[in-house]
Design a protein around this ligand. Structure first.
Ligand SMILES: Cc1cc2nc3c(=O)[nH]c(=O)nc-3n(C[C@H](O)[C@H](O)[C@H](O)COP(=O)(O)O)c2cc1C
Length: 302
């Protein structure tokens, strides 16, 4: 049975990854999950210098999901390379995708340039879709010209293949997918979180200090499936699908819609072994359905 998938020449032993920002850099989950079993570890967004993120409270539970406004807190690329990448060095079977953030094109490029010389980095995921930082992030992801320009610039500097992470907070995500493809992206990933808000009726105030936060978790899954389907039928580069995946059925559904690989995010918070549980479920599904190659189900529902 073949569970291997390939994206831009990088081979993954299976299509199951975790979603950036929900798994630390892998270290935090390594006592629950054998990282060597995952297709890839996708690290939390990293910037050129340390970012403090937004003031607390920055997480809230909502029906069938959560809101977060972390604001991309991270230790900066130097600490990331010395501490987090070094830790990942020993996990030879899993690929490493590094998620990159910035307030400006220059800041993205500084991180990309620093990662060029790191052999443990298999791919770069460029976050142009974070709704929780005031400048950069989503500002790049909501204008097709900006998506194309930043993709082209990153591509020029990167040694590793690049995945552009798209925002669902747009009128037509197909336009953004096409812009990323036109800029030379090797793949796209979607969806990032959907902007939401929660108000505490007793305090009569916002629950999050940032007022708004990004919504994720099971409630967003049907939206993510629809968007992956739309993009898969618009561009010819591979897609890493995510958004509310919490069961193996959700993962298979995303692949049938057109994702070559899938990421599991919020589910890790309430089930630390969600990734390997889902992988096991996908393998059992393949056995039961006599599927000898996982690639044969990608995008077959038209
Ligand atoms: C607490 C939290 C932090 C996140 N941090 C990042 C990040 O640093 N970079 C990024 O591209 N996406 C980030 N995301 C978005 C997730 O990677 C994912 O796209 C989104 O949560 C949808 O998947 P899910 O519903 O399975 O969580 C974050 C999400 C959460 C919940």
């Amino acid at each position: 049975m073949n569970t291997k998938v390939s994206i831009a020449g990088v081979e993954f032993q299976n299509p199951i990854m975790e979603a950036s920002g929900t798994f630390g850099s892998g270290m935090e989950y390594s006592e629950f999950v054998d990282l060597n079993k995952l297709g890839a570890v996708v690290t939390k967004g990293v910037a050129n210098v340390p970012w403090q993120g937004n003031p607390t409270p920055r997480i809230a539970e909502v029906s069938s999901g959560m809101l977060n406004a972390i604001g991309l807190q991270n230790p900066g690329v130097e600490v990331f390379c010395e501490r987090d990448l070094k830790f990942l060095e020993s996990f030879k079977d899993t690929r490493v995708l590094v998620n990159v953030c910035g307030h400006s094109a220059e800041e993205y490029i500084e991180v990309v340039d620093r990662l060029v010389s790191e052999p443990r980095v298999d791919m770069l995921e460029i976050n142009i879709s974070c709704p929780n930082v005031k400048e950069g992030g989503i500002a790049f992801g909501q204008d097709p010209k900006a998506v194309e320009d930043i993709t082209r610039l990153v591509k020029k500097h990167a040694k590793q293949p690049i995945v552009m992470k798209l925002s669902p907070n747009v009128t037509d995500i197909k336009v953004m997918a096409k812009a990323a493809e036109a800029g030379g992206a090797d793949a796209i990933s979607l969806i990032n979180t959907l902007t939401g808000m929660k108000i505490d009726v007793e305090r009569q105030n916002f629950v999050l200090s940032n007022k708004t936060g990004g919504m994720s978790g099971p409630a967003v899954h049907p939206i993510a499936v629809r968007m992956v389907y739309e993009c898969a039928n618009t561009v010819s580069i591979p897609i890493i699908g995510m958004g509310g995946i919490s069961t193996w059925e959700d993962a298979v559904e995303m692949m049938l819609a057109g994702a070559t690989a899938v990421s599991i995010g919020t589910a890790n918070f309430y089930n630390p072994t969600a990734t390997t549980d889902i992988l096991q479920g996908v393998i059992e599904y393949m056995e039961r359905k006599n599927i000898d190659d996982i690639n044969s189900i990608v995008g077959i529902v038209k």
